[in-house]
Design a binder for this molecule. Sequence first.
Ligand SMILES: C[S@@+](CC[C@H](N)C(=O)[O-])C[C@H]1O[C@@H](n2cnc3c(N)ncnc32)[C@H](O)[C@@H]1O
Length: 189
Amino acid sequence: MITGALSKIPGLVENLDAGASVLELASGAGHGLAKLAAQYPEVALTGLDGDAYSITLAKGTVADAGHSDRVSFVQSTLEEFTETEKYDLIFINISWHEARDIDLATKNVRNALKPGGYFVISDFPFPAEKEGLRTIPARVMSGIQYFEAKIDDQLVSTETFVLMLEDYGFEEVDLFIISPVHNVIYGQK
Ligand SMILES: C[S@@+](CC[C@H](N)C(=O)[O-])C[C@H]1O[C@@H](n2cnc3c(N)ncnc32)[C@H](O)[C@@H]1O
């Protein structure tokens, strides 16, 4: 889960402890929001998801965990949200590959971050070269890729995410591996 991984990113924990403004994109059923709220009692959180039912589930998850006072919600697609210079941290867990227009979504993230704010992606690492498809984790990725093709998106390589952040002007871009099927890529505005 990405909440534990955030402590590996230089300077980020200090921000969270001090009461950062945080947006989780594609927040799904809200478990990431609830965990982060519990771990960092000073943060103010927003969950964004394009799906109304997911927002309903997430509100329930956050309420059951007793954090409703610090978590708000926005129903929007990744491509349509238009907030500006509001967040110290924007993160997304295993869903960035679901953006139907990843360039537009990246511009929206950049606009929504305060100067110096962090963008953190955790996602499935699809191999950059076809030779990489021979490993067992990559075979798992190939199965997921088949499913993604059916819903009009696709897994991309970690290298692609790094280049994308650099192309959009993010600084201090770096990555680390959480597991053979889960990488984290991050940068600062
Ligand atoms: C695989 S779930 C992951 C949920 C959550 N991040 C987690 O780790 O449990 C993907 C979520 O992304 C949302 N989603 C997919 N494409 C989206 C888009 N283009 N804009 C906004 N939300 C999107 C879905 O509604 C769903 O809640």
